[in-house]
Design a protein around this ligand. Structure first.
Ligand code: GLU
Length: 485
């Protein structure tokens, strides 16, 4: 077999879609595991759908995900002459024909067909009714034209799809496709086939929505007399109601997930599972990119729609966050923290250290405490704002069950002493000493301490909270609780 060459061929119509990331990833994995090449081709021949800046954004998202392409990016609109030349070759070979039909005629034809419940299809007027002379006259007069592929009648197009197995289409159901538009731009079909051929693409791996285009492409390969690549069509992405993913209902662009604080390895891991899993007998769910390159198999991609379950993504993201070294987590989470109002506009009495170095250490401690419960980078600090703001603590909330004032006072004094006497101020020693001091009366000691330190009913264990806040701030908070009594 010749060297594997695959490509990701997005149209620049917006930011990178999750489905696009999956196509890119599967292509990339397949290339890497076969020692092949992975190309990036921008299919920008539809001027109406072009969105400024989307090529750059897509590149950014791919780079963020660690999907690197070989060679330079290939941009179709820079090669219009190539497509035109090929379309004209097909005319010479009688595989394609000029069509001078005006948009109004085509529209009327379609309306009539729809009214009589026929599938809208070009009626081949220009193929059947124009002779050479008329065609030449029209060309000479610069009449606008398109070039259409002549789809043969009564043929069955059959091919083996790596994912879907045998696929069949009847040519009678296929419209004479436009190959070259009146503005001189090729259509997707022509440009896609010509480029896949000229770039020696061996495998076309793309979303299932392109399956109906494949017989047209196969006919084009035949018309040119070229060998065709292998095809693999990836299953549709569905939401948890098994409906097609919709922009209106959920985030579908990779950028959204980046901005929401998903980490690259988790998103890649998740996307790899949209249509693939390691197969029977394996319960392994965490895969690094390297492991995916080893274990992913295109033949094991399933046909059935792949369900996008955000809860699963959150879980995976949490797993990855849990396993990050704290310095790495700090680096990834800081930009999210810096967007928070409670961080950017801290209250005057906030406990954040002023010096840059101390502040960094402090935030790392917050992250150490939050790490195991964080599903998302953007959730940093959200449920523990008391690490960044001064607190209001409610006297009633300080009491554990029906504690009396003097019992509460005693409890807080006891905690204060433990903290005061602690020598090395580690998370572990604080936890241990507090538990020892509490004995079998944990609620009595730890509840008031928690509320004094956080103002909240719920928080990480008070020993951990104290560890982050530091001795001075912790004692200060306990003292201000005591003042309320
Ligand atoms: N430009 C098409 C897209 O936007 C490419 C489809 C294909 O890979 O052939 O998905």
């Amino acid at each position: 077999m010749s060297k594997v060459k695959v490509r990701f061929a997005p149209s620049p119509t917006g930011s990178l879609h999750i489905g696009g990331l999956r196509s890119a990833l599967y292509n990339y994995l397949f290339a890497k595991q076969n020692g092949g090449e992975f190309l990036l081709r921008v299919e920008d021949t539809d001027k109406n759908r072009y969105v400024e800046g989307s090529v750059e954004k897509m590149q950014e998202s791919l780079k963020w995900a660690g999907i690197e392409w070989d060679e330079n990016i290939y941009t179709q609109s820079e090669h219009l002459d190539v497509y035109k030349k090929h379309a004209e070759q097909l005319i010479k070979d009688d595989k394609a024909y000029y069509c001078f039909c005006e948009p109004e005629r085509l529209q009327k034809m379609r309306e009539d067909q729809t009214a009589t419940k026929q599938a809208p299809m070009y009626d081949q007027y220009c193929l059947k009714s124009l002779d050479k002379e008329e065609i030449n006259k029209n060309l000479k007069n610069n009449c606008p034209y398109t070039i259409r592929l002549r789809i043969p009648e009564n043929e069955t197009i059959e091919f083996d799809d790596i994912v879907r197995g045998k696929v069949k289409f009847e040519t009678n159901t296929i419209d004479d496709q436009i190959l070259l538009k009146s503005d001189g731009y090729p259509t997707y079909h022509l440009a896609n086939v010509v480029d896949d051929h000229l770039m020696n693409v061996t495998h076309v791996i793309r979303g299932e929505e392109w399956l109906p285009s494949t017989p047209k492409h196969i006919l084009l390969y035949k018309a040119f007399g070229w060998d065709r690549p292998e095809f693999a069509h990836l299953p549709l992405l569905l939401d948890t109601n098994r409906k097609k993913l919709s922009k209106r209902e959920m985030d579908v662009s990779v950028e959204d997930y980046i901005n929401k604080g998903y980490i690259k390895d988790a998103l890649i891991n998740f996307v790899a599972f949209l249509g693939w899993n390691p197969g029977k007998g394996s319960t392994k769910e965490i895969f690094s990119l390297e492991e995916l390159i080893k274990e992913f198999k295109l033949e094991n991609v399933h046909k059935g729609g792949a369900v996008f379950d955000v809860q699963k993504l959150d879980w995976l993201n949490g797993q990855y966050i849990k396993n990050l070294p704290i310095d790495e987590l700090y680096k990834l989470a800081l930009p999210f923290l810096e967007q928070k109002e409670f961080y950017e506009k801290p209250s005057p009495q906030n406990p954040l250290p002023k010096g840059e170095g101390d502040k960094k250490e402090y935030i790392k401690k917050v992250l150490t405490v939050e790490q195991d419960r964080l599903n998302n980078l953007s959730a940093i600090g959200e449920s523990n704002k008391f690490f960044f703001q001064d607190i209001k603590c409610d006297k009633k909330l300080l009491k554990w069950k029906d504690m009396k004032d003097d019992e509460l006072k005693e409890s807080l004094e006891k905690s204060k002493k433990v903290l005061n006497d602690n020598k090395n101020w580690t998370k572990e020693s604080l936890e241990k000493e507090l538990l020892e001091a509490a004995g079998d009366k944990r609620g009595e000691l730890l509840w008031p301490l928690r509320v004094a330190l956080t103002g909240e009913k719920k928080s990480p264990p008070p020993g951990e909270v104290a560890w982050v806040l530091g001795k001075d701030e912790s004692i200060k908070r306990i003292n201000s609780a005591l003042e309320k009594l």
